[in-house]
Design a protein around this ligand. Structure first.
Ligand SMILES: Cc1ncc(C[n+]2csc(CCOP(=O)(O)OP(=O)(O)O)c2C)c(N)n1
Ligand SMILES: [Mg+2]
Length: 729
């Protein structure tokens, strides 16, 4: 027999017989009325779990992960304010339902059933996932990836403190809010969780405000793997900077009392705390999971005997809040009501087409107050001696530094964070002087953890900041990229555009650094960024473009709420010359702050009709070198600088190569998964001319004399161009 049915039968039978599990007498500040309200939320959560299974059996529901055993979380919700942002574990339906009682006009039964039915009218995800969440209840939806929400919860808590000092235009978390973030006991071990705990502790250890309540819902198991007895308490009881609270999640009174103490501690002290709630897990992990296949039946039955709803019925009677008959009636009435409402919910429309599904991949634009920019006097004061140098040609790293300065001057909500970005000014000096100019609140030297850097950015973006995190080297994005892929890029999608996290991530990357670093400082793989829906990947090839593109990237984030990655080619940071020493051919003067290069606008150099070289980043530089020799032999070329690597600016590319008799793609990323694959496919589909590519090898990059051996060079570009010229057109 299905365990859900067994738990149901047990409840009916045992309550009717007043056969309750043993437990402490009700104690603490929870009032009788409140207790009844929470019990109703618990019953609704349970009934919804049962209904989700029935809907799945009937082919009308699609996912059944449930909250049974975790209904005590209703009491945690009651201990918080409905304006406290809540990043929830997937077992927290009772939390959401109890919170909806704190906000007028809510219809949790209907809303959650629409989500089960994957109806496009589901108010949180628009039918894209069975997920908890509600804009009105300050519950952003979370993905199923265990633990990946913890770094951004740290970021959001930090953002509450930061917004007290400088409130962004689009901030919406109250100054006295606390962030709540729950997860399971197995998830507490995930390195992403551990990183987030550590970051929270590291922050609070330095007395930086971090109003964050972690909550571990400890049911003692993760799918089939048990958490060692006592592990959560043993490992969290004595952590510096993280105060530990513990309660019995089967007891509404105890849970409410302790959760209130914990929330009060976090709110008053503005320090993080860890609330350990002991629960049980009923009916296994999710729909098809049979716990009896990996646990002794006696253990499963022992958990079932401790059903929190049985405890609640007992506590309600013992506290005098409600007789047992009434508790039973509430339970059965709720089940019947949920079944009735579900019959209607399954008739509501569902998503059908690809465009229905994709409608929320790109967030909506938001209105932004106009900015006049800084006064000339203020600007002069901030730039100091740099101002005079702005009329002379400069290297790329300097131009980026000035661009960042102007952007920070214009937009108070821009904050930067990363390893060594502040005091040192970055490994390559790109962020030099910015901390002196704008202070440590806006130029944050983080601890050494890329997930935490991106999490900080995501969390701050959710409170109106426009974060510009820096990843020191592209190779070090990879240990944290799920924060972009699974978290930042999916938020708008899963929330139907209601929640966004606009960010411009700066990453120093690509190859060609002479004699420095080998692969780890010269990573030339961007494949992981190119297939993230909604993410914009930009890569400039020279300083003036970098300035103009970076301004557009910030506009895209600030006004259009986009997730942008700005890939800075490290090798080009210090480059002065193009053809020979002293020619200064790769330096530019600083473009006026009003100038931008629009999203999707490609660069075209020359109008040669024999050959269009389509390239980006270092490839543009090398192609310019090759172009000179080709030109000398009468081969008329044009160089098309892609600039926007993803999504590919297809129309602009088609226009840029129009009239060229041949196309050569020069791609410094790898042969497999590299940018050229997309370009080849595009031109194959749209241009009826001979087409060739040179790419980097499928290799990591070496250090020493062979530092550039695996990538395109001036010579290989020239050779490929000449070879292509031999093709008849
Ligand atoms: C990163 C990641 N790895 C694996 C999974 C698959 N998975 C889903 S839930 C789960 C167990 C989680 O256990 P716990 O944190 O104790 O939460 P519980 O389900 O017991 O409430 C696993 C392994 C996942 N969702 N995410
Ligand atoms: Mg668990």
């Amino acid at each position: 027999m299905d365990r859900a049915a067994i738990v149901h039968e047990n409840f009916l039978r045992r309550v009717a017989a007043r056969d309750f599990p043993a437990g402490d007498a009700p104690a603490g500040p929870l009032t009788q009325t409140e207790a009844v309200g929470l019990y109703r939320a618990q019953c609704l959560s349970r009934a919804l779990d049962r209904q989700s299974r029935a809907m799945q059996k009937a082919g009308q529901g699609f996912y059944t992960i449930g909250s049974s055993g975790h209904e005590g979380m209703a009491a945690v919700a009651a201990a918080l304010r409905p304006t406290d942002p809540a990043f929830l574990h997937y077992r927290d339906a009772a939390f959401q339902i109890a919170r909806s009682d704190q906000v007028p006009g809510q219809s949790p039964t209907w809303d959650i059933l629409l989500s089960f039915a994957s109806s496009s009218e589901d108010p949180i995800s628009g039918g894209r996932h069975k997920v908890l969440g509600s804009k009105a209840l300050c519950i952003p939806p979370q993905t199923s990836t265990i633990a990946s929400h913890l770094p951004k919860a740290v970021g959001a808590a930090y953002a509450i403190g930061a917004a007290r000092r400088q409130r962004p235009e689009h901030a919406d978390m109250p100054d006295d809010a606390i962030v709540y973030c729950s997860f399971g006991d197995a998830s507490a071990n995930h390195s992403t969780s551990q990183g987030a705990f550590n970051t929270a502790q590291w922050t609070s250890y330095q007395s930086v405000p971090l109003p964050l309540l972690f909550c571990c819902e400890d049911n003692g198991i993760g799918i089939s793997t048990k958490t060692p007895q006592g592990w959560i308490a043993a490992t969290f009881q004595n952590r510096p900077g993280l105060k530990y609270f513990s309660c019995n999640g089967l007891d509404l009174f105890d849970t409410f009392r302790v959760a209130q103490e914990a929330a009060d501690y976090v709110r008053r002290r503005r320090k993080p705390a860890f609330l350990h709630v002991r629960t049980v897990r009923l009916y296994g992990h999710a729909g098809a999971d049979m716990p009896t296949t990996y646990l002794p039946k006696s253990e499963v039955e022992a958990e079932e005997a401790n059903d929190p709803l049985l405890h609640s019925a007992r506590l309600l009677e013992q506290s005098g809040a409600m007789p047992t008959e009434d508790a039973l009636d509430i339970y059965t009435d709720t089940c019947a009501r949920v079944a009735r409402v579900a019959d209607k919910a399954v008739t509501r429309p569902r998503l059908k087409t690809a465009s229905d599904v994709m409608a929320s991949l790109i967030p909506p634009a938001r209105p932004c107050a106009p900015t006049n920019g800084p006064s000339p006097e203020h600007r002069a004061e901030i730039f100091g001696s740099d101002l005079k140098a702005q009329s002379e040609p400069q290297i790329m790293s300097r131009l980026i530094n000035w661009t960042l300065t102007d952007l920070m001057l214009e937009h108070d909500e821009i904050v930067m964070m990363g390893e060594d970005v502040g005091r040192k000014g970055g490994v390559y000096g790109v962020t030099q002087k910015l901390q002196a100019r704008f202070g440590p609140d806006r130029m944050i030297d983080t601890l050494l953890d890329e997930q935490s850097i991106l999490g900080l950015a995501i969390g701050m973006a959710q409170n109106g900041f426009v974060p510009m995190p820096e990843i020191q080297f592209l190779a070090y994005l990879h240990n944290a990229e799920d924060q972009l892929r699974g978290e930042a890029a999916t938020l708008s999608f899963f929330s139907n555009g209601q929640y966004t996290n606009p960010i411009v991530v700066r990453i120093a990357g690509l190859g060609y650094q002479k004699g420095f670093g080998g692969h780890f400082h010269n990573d030339n793989s961007v494949a992981v960024l190119r297939d993230i829906p909604g993410l914009i990947l930009a890569c400039p090839s020279n300083g003036a473009d970098a300035a103009r593109m970076l301004r557009e990237c910030v506009r895209l984030a600030r006004e259009e709420q986009r997730l942008v990655v700005f890939l800075e080619p490290i090798a080009l940071y210090p480059v002065r010359d193009l053809h020979e020493t002293g020619d200064g051919g790769w330096m530019q003067t600083y473009p006026d702050p009003s100038e931008r290069i629009g999203f999707g606008e490609v660069g075209v150099n020359g109008d040669g009709g024999d050959l269009a070289i389509v390239t980006f980043g270092n490839g543009v530089y090398l192609s310019h070198q090759a172009q000179k020799a080709l030109q000398a032999d009468g081969i008329k070329t044009r160089i098309v600088d892609l600039r926007w690597l993803s999504p590919l600016p297809k129309d602009a590319l088609t226009q840029a190569v129009a009239g060229a008799k041949r196309i050569l793609i020069v791609d410094e990323t790898r042969h497999h998964g590299g940018v050229a694959e997309g370009l080849m496919a595009h031109f194959h589909e749209t241009a009826n001319v001979p087409l060739a590519r040179i790419t980097a090898e499928d290799s990591f990059i070496a250090t020493g004399p062979a530092y550039a051996a695996t990538m395109p060079s001036k010579d290989s570009i020239e050779a490929a161009a000449r070879h292509l010229m031999e093709t008849e057109v």
